[in-house]
Design a protein around this ligand. Sequence first.
Ligand SMILES: N[C@@H](CC(=O)c1ccccc1NC=O)C(=O)O
Ligand SMILES: [Zn+2]
Ligand SMILES: [Zn+2]
Length: 209
Amino acid sequence: MMGRRIWDISQPLHPGLPVWPGDTQFAQAKTWQMSESLPVNVSALTMSTHSGAHADAPLHYSEGGADIASVDLAAYLGECMVIDARRAAHLIESSDLPEDVGADRVLFRTFEVFPRDNWKADTTAIAPETVNRLAGQGVKLIGIDGPSIDPQESKDMSAHKAVLKHDIRVLEGLVLDDVPEGRYELIALPLPIVGGDASPVRAILRDLP
Ligand SMILES: N[C@@H](CC(=O)c1ccccc1NC=O)C(=O)O
Ligand SMILES: [Zn+2]
Ligand SMILES: [Zn+2]
């Protein structure tokens, strides 16, 4: 009997992974190399907390906000609605949303093709009014395929301020190219990085039973 399909919506982490301009490049180095005398391979990672598919902590956009080890996990696990927002312009506006998103978690697709090997500077972000509208519908988590819910030139971080106001969780850097619009089960748990402003996640969607 076929199980429920799993959609992997995470970016593979590898040297050369496109990261935010000026952010830490992904690197992996051997601590121990398996040999005649050594039974194991062990390596060390150097990476931005915002590498690939990741979850922001409130600490990232609010001094004194909760770190990623403290956030409640319930938001990262459960029914979500994937919305095709490719028609949106610079910001996803309320007019780009259906009347009612009909789920506690919303993931926005903005890319025709996810830029796996190059950094795209002018990505679509989310208008703060859209965050406020989703909060009014009880949304607990907002995800996007772009690198940020704010524009890359943002100075006021208005979308992050809006998610802070409503205590909504954030996922960024998702890969949604192959995922049709609709309802799925989301699983995208952050690591308990004490003091972390964000954490990489292995984000997946599962068809609903
Ligand atoms: N993934 C990060 C990207 C980021 O660091 C950032 C977002 C908007 C404006 C500036 C940023 N970072 C450094 O200047 C974010 O949470 O939006
Ligand atoms: Zn981030
Ligand atoms: Zn963010």
